[in-house]
Design a protein around this ligand. Structure first.
Ligand code: DAH
Length: 369
């Protein structure tokens, strides 16, 4: 909307300057609170109804002949000022708009906070189940020695797991005695040994962590993956305690309808050893593609701690106290178990490619928010 045009009564230089200073001031204050750039442009520079055109017509009409030129020069200057102001306003239209349209009653911008990676989430869930049973968390190094990773766990010297085919060995270890050679731990079981050497029974620990194997990546294998280990050592620990504990843990993780069954298996550090299967959570045990039509899904390994492991632990403890007898297998027994976090998470979420966990693809990860 155009306001009335004030008449110019005098055409001397001082009056002209004062009139144009007033117009320039009008332009400046409108630019400062600019909301609609195009409306501003039309209002001042519109060819028919623009203020410059109307003011120019009005003032030139009544101007004496010798005032036309100085008037014209000043109109041109003002036009250039308006155009320059429009150019800078368009360089930061956002800032001008934001300033003009700030509405403090609108909800704020929500910043998406990070979420735990699905693997970490599952790892925390597993650990939490055992914390509620009174277990504490124990951690150990990923660069481990042959002694903790293999020897003390009763792996014989030529066991295939010790081969470079299966285990990532550190360079330059061959000059060392076998027990001191460093490798990337292949499982979280060495933390059992470290804990027992440091601590007398009773022991109840869970050990979450990264492990490494010389495996090619495919849909179910990754050279780096995660495990949660468990160890319980006390007087009167029996296989039935192991069964009850793991049955409870599987129900806590997968739902109370899940059944467990224990199959004979072998691990050098447990005797007897077992593989634990849960009834297929996808088909309820009827048989489907996910459980290869068996109705069961294999999830973890476990067993009663082999007395040979207690013997290795005792040998180490006796280096400090020759009379140590804390892990006398006549007095204490224990059970252990180990599970793959990726495997559990894949079953929990029905994921068939392990590689998705490491892809960093936000479309995958956001589903776990
Ligand atoms: N360490 C075994 C593995 O990596 C898993 C395992 C099996 C751990 C039985 C145990 C156990 O503590 O008792 O395959």
């Amino acid at each position: 909307m155009n306001e009335a045009i004030f008449p110019l009564l005098d055409y001397d230089e001082t009056s002209l300057d004062a009139a144009f200073i007033a117009l320039a001031e009008e332009v400046r204050s409108e630019i400062a609170s600019l909301q609609d750039r195009e409306a501003f442009r039309l209002r001042w520079l519109g060819r028919k109804q623009g203020r410059l055109k109307l003011i120019g017509d009005a003032w030139l009409k009544s101007a004496p002949a010798d005032a036309r030129k100085p008037l014209g020069i000043r109109f041109n200057q003002l036009k250039q000022q308006i155009e320059a102001a429009l150019a800078t306003a368009s360089a930061s239209p956002r800032a001008a708009e934001a300033k003009a349209s700030l509405d403090i009653t609108l909800p704020g911008t929500v910043r998406a906070p990070g979420i735990a990676h699905p693997l970490l989430k599952t790892m925390h869930e597993i650990v939490a189940v055992f914390h509620r049973l009174g277990y504490s968390t124990a951690l150990g190094p990923q660069v481990e020695s042959d002694f903790y990773n293999f020897e003390a766990l009763n792996f014989p010297p030529n066991h295939p797991a010790r081969d470079t085919q299966d285990t990532l060995l550190l360079a330059g270890q061959l000059a060392k005695p076998s027990r001191d050679r460093l490798l990337m731990r292949t499982h979280t079981s060495p933390v059992q040994v470290r804990t027992m050497i440091a601590q007398a029974p009773p022991i109840r620990i869970v050990v979450p962590g990264k492990v490494h194997r010389n495996d090619a990546a495919d849909a179910t294998h990754s050279p780096v993956f995660h495990q949660v280990e468990g160890l319980c050592v006390d007087t009167n620990i029996a296989f039935s305690d192991l069964k009850g504990t793991l049955d409870h843990a599987m129900k806590a993780l997968f739902g109370s309808n899940v059944k467990t069954r224990f199959f004979p298996s072998f691990f050098p550090f447990t005797e007897p050893s077992a593989d634990v299967q849960i009834s297929c959570i996808f088909c309820g045990g009827k048989g489907c593609r996910k459980c290869k039509h068996s109705g069961w899904i294999e999830l973890l390994g476990c067993g009663m701690v082999d007395p040979a492991v207690f013997a290795s632990v005792t040998a180490e403890r006796r280096k400090l106290d020759p009379a140590d007898d804390a892990y006398n297998p006549e007095r204490v027994t224990g059970f252990a178990f180990g599970m793959g976090v990726e495997r559990i998470a894949m079953v929990q979420h029905g994921i068939s490619d392990i590689g998705q966990f490491y892809s960093g693809d936000m479309r995958f990860l956001e589903q776990f928010a």
